[in-house]
Design a protein around this ligand. Structure first.
Ligand code: HEC
Ligand code: HEC
Ligand code: HEC
Ligand code: HEC
Ligand code: HEC
Length: 436
C-alpha cells in the first residue's frame, strides 16, 4: 500500500522527486474501522452542540453529567498519559484507537487524527462523552469498540420520544437497553485481546435474565422522574477543580455506597493452637447480579483481601497490607516486589510475549482475570503459623478496593496525584480466641 502510494506520487508531474536513499520513517498506515475509525470524516464537528446549549432546559442532567467520568473522559490525566505512551510506542499508526470511545465525535470528525495532541482540541472534543455523544446515537451495530452509528442531524434520540418545541425527538429502544452501554464498555485491543467486557458478562448474568439493565443500576430514577446522569462507578476525578470539594465528597459517598453492596467477606479460622499452623478460610461473594466483581478496567483496579493475625497484640502474619509507598507488595512494588506470597487479589493482569507483567494493553500477549462471576463466591485458605505460648489470637480481615494504584501514577509520571487515593473497605470480618 505504501509502496503503491510512493510510486503514484513519484509518477505525478510537478511532484518533488523522492530521494531513493532517504531513510524517513515509514508513514504509518492508519487503523481503519468504517464505524469508529473511518479513514475519511463521517461527521462534521460543527453539527454537534455542547452540553452548555442543553443547560437552559435540562439543568439537572447537565449538572449531574458534569461530575461524571463521561465528562472527564478526555481531560483524565491518566488516560492522556497512557495514550501518549502508546503514541510514542506505535509511531502514530494507532493514534485513534484509544480515543474512538473517549471521544467518538472527535475521532469520526477527523479532529483526533494521526499525531493529534490533546491540547489543541475544540471544546466539544474535550467534553468527552458529552450529551450528544449518546443522544445522537441512532443504532448499535456491534456491542464493542464504539460500535454505534452517530448522526448529528438526526432528531434527539431518547427513551420516551416526548416531543419538545426546540428540537425534534425520536424514541429509541436502545436507550433502555444495555447494548447502548456495551457499544463502548466492551473494549477489544487491535491484537484481538479482550480488555474490558462488562456487557459480555452482563449477557450471561442473572440480571440479564431478569431484565435488569446497566441503566437500572448506574442511572437510577430520580425523585423528579428523570434518570440520574451521575453514572456512579468507582472512580473519582484526579484533577483539582474538575468538581468542587463538596461535590467530590458527595461522589465519594456514592462510590462507597455502590461498593458496599457489591461483595461480602466471610472468615473462619480453624486449628488454632500455640506452635501449630492454623487455617484461615476467606470467602468473598460477588453480590452484583449484573457483572463480575470487579469489572471494566480490572487491569488498573485493585480489589483484594487484607488479613492480619496477632498473638497477644503482636502481628505474626499479614497479607494484603501496603508498602511504604502505599502499594500492594506484588510485582509492582518498588520496595518489596513479590513480598506478599499469599496475596488474594481479584483484579486482572497483562503479560507480554516474554511472560513479563505489563500494564500497557498493546504490549500484552495475555490477559488473566481473577474477577468473580456474578452471584458466585471464591474461597481461599491461608496458613497462619501461631507462635509458641500464644494466649489471645485475633484475626482481622478486610475486603478492600482502590480504583487507581500509586505505582501506575508514578510509572507514567503523574507522581503528584499518587497521594490520598481512597481505599474503600467493602466488608470486614474478625475472629478472636482467648486461652490456649
Ligand atoms: C452515556 C450516555 C449518555 C450521556 C452522556 C447522556 N445521556 Fe441522557 N440519557 C441516557 C440514557 C440511557 C437515558 C435513558 C435512561 C432510562 O430511561 O433508563 C437518558 C435520558 C435522558 C433524558 C430523558 C429524561 C430522563 O432522565 O430519563 C434527557 C432529557 C437526557 N437524557 C438529557 C441528557 C443531557 C442534557 C445530557 C448531557 C448533559 C445527557 N443526557 C447525557 C444516556 C446518556
Ligand atoms: C429550549 C429548551 C431545550 C433545549 C435547549 C434542549 N432541550 Fe431537550 N427537551 C426539551 C423539552 C421540553 C423536552 C421534552 C420534555 C422532556 O423530556 O424534558 C426535551 C426532551 C429531550 C430528550 C428526551 C427524549 C426522550 O425520548 O425522552 C433528550 C434526550 C433531550 N431533550 C436532549 C437534549 C440535549 C442533548 C440538548 C442539548 C444539545 C437539549 N435537549 C436541548 C427542551 C430543550
Ligand atoms: C445489578 C446492578 C448492576 C448492573 C445491572 C450493572 N452494574 Fe455496573 N456496577 C455495579 C456495582 C455494584 C459496581 C461496583 C463494583 C465493581 O466495580 O464491580 C459496578 C461497577 C461498574 C463499573 C466500574 C468498574 C470498575 O471497577 O472500573 C463499570 C464501568 C460498570 N459497572 C459498567 C456497567 C455496565 C456497562 C453494565 C451493563 C452491561 C453494568 N455496569 C450493569 C452494579 C451493576
Ligand atoms: C461513547 C462511549 C460510551 C458510552 C455509550 C457509554 N459509556 Fe460509560 N464510560 C465511557 C468511558 C470512556 C468511561 C471512562 C472515562 C474515564 O474515566 O476516563 C466511562 C465511564 C463510565 C462509568 C464510570 C466508571 C468508573 O470507573 O467510575 C460508568 C458507571 C459508566 N460509564 C456507565 C455507563 C452506562 C450505564 C452507559 C449506558 C447507558 C454508558 N456508560 C455508556 C464510555 C461510554
Ligand atoms: C471501546 C471503547 C474504549 C476504548 C477503545 C478505550 N477505552 Fe479507555 N475506557 C473505556 C471505558 C468504557 C472505561 C471505563 C471502564 C471502567 O471504569 O471500568 C475506560 C476507562 C479508561 C481508563 C480509566 C480511567 C481512570 O481514570 O480510572 C483509562 C486510563 C483508559 N480508559 C485508557 C485507555 C487507553 C490508554 C486506551 C487505548 C489503549 C483506551 N482507554 C481505549 C472505553 C474505551
Amino acid at each position: 500500500m505504501r509502496l503503491a502510494l510512493v510510486a503514484l506520487l513519484a509518477g505525478c508531474p510537478g511532484n518533488v522527486p523522492t530521494d531513493p536513499t532517504a531513510t524517513d520513517p515509514p508513514t504509518p498506515e492508519p487503523l481503519n474501522d468504517p464505524i469508529s475509525m473511518p479513514l475519511e470524516p463521517t461527521v462534521d464537528l460543527g453539527d454537534f452542540q455542547g452540553a452548555a446549549s442543553c443547560e437552559g432546559c435540562h439543568e439537572e442532567h447537565v449538572q449531574e453529567w458534569s461530575t461524571s467520568m463521561h465528562a472527564y473522559a478526555m481531560v483524565d490525566p491518566l488516560f492522556r498519559a497512557i495514550v501518549e505512551v502508546r503514541q510514542a510506542d506505535l509511531n502514530g499508526a494507532e493514534d485513534r484507537f484509544c480515543v474512538q470511545c473517549h471521544s467518538a465525535i472527535g475521532t469520526r470528525s477527523g479532529s483526533l487524527d494521526i499525531g493529534f495532541s490533546f491540547d489543541d482540541q475544540p471544546a466539544i472534543v474535550t467534553e468527552g462523552i458529552t450529551c450528544v455523544s449518546c443522544h445522537k446515537i441512532t443504532s448499535v451495530e456491534r456491542p464493542w469498540n464504539a460500535g454505534h452509528a452517530i448522526d448529528p442531524l438526526a432528531p434527539m434520540q431518547g427513551p420516551s420520544g416526548t416531543p419538545s418545541p426546540i428540537h425534534e425527538v425520536s424514541q429509541s429502544a436502545v436507550f433502555q437497553d444495555s447494548v447502548l452501554c456495551g457499544s463502548c464498555h466492551d473494549v477489544i485491543e487491535t491484537s484481538g485481546l479482550p480488555l474490558e467486557r462488562p456487557y459480555a458478562e452482563w449477557l450471561e448474568s442473572p440480571a440479564a435474565a431478569a431484565g435488569t439493565t446497566c441503566q437500572d443500576c448506574h442511572m437510577p430514577p430520580t425523585e423528579d422522574g428523570r434518570h440520574s446522569h451521575r453514572f456512579v462507578g468507582v472512580d473519582l476525578p484526579l484533577v483539582d477543580g474538575f468538581v468542587d470539594e463538596a461535590t467530590r465528597a458527595d461522589l465519594q459517598l456514592r462510590i462507597e455506597e455502590l461498593l458496599a453492596g457489591s461483595a461480602d467477606l466471610e472468615l473462619d479460622v480453624f486449628d488454632v493452637a500455640p506452635g501449630q499452623t492454623a487455617s484461615a478460610v476467606v470467602t468473598v461473594h460477588n453480590l452484583i447480579e449484573g457483572h463480575a466483581f470487579p469489572t471494566g478496567s480490572t487491569f488498573i483496579r485493585e480489589a483484594w483481601v487484607e488479613l492480619v493475625a496477632r498473638a497477644d497484640g503482636e502481628v505474626f502474619y499479614e497479607t494484603g497490607t501496603l508498602d511504604a509507598n502505599g502499594d500492594l507488595r506484588n510485582y509492582w512494588s518498588e520496595l518489596e516486589p513479590y513480598g506478599d506470597h499469599d496475596l488474594i487479589s481479584f483484579a486482572s493482569n497483562f503479560t507480554d510475549a516474554a511472560g513479563a507483567p505489563t500494564v500497557f494493553s498493546w504490549r500484552a500477549a495475555d490477559h488473566t482475570s481473577r474477577a468473580i462471576s456474578p452471584g458466585y463466591p471464591r474461597t481461599s485458605t491461608l496458613f497462619l503459623p501461631v507462635p509458641e505460648g500464644a494466649q489471645e489470637v485475633t484475626v482481622e480481615a478486610r475486603l478492600r478496593f482502590r480504583a487507581i494504584p500509586p505505582y501506575l501514577l508514578r510509572l507514567v509520571g503523574l507522581d503528584a496525584y499518587a497521594v490520598d487515593l481512597p481505599v474503600y473497605d467493602i466488608d470486614t470480618a474478625s475472629w478472636v480466641q482467648v486461652g490456649p
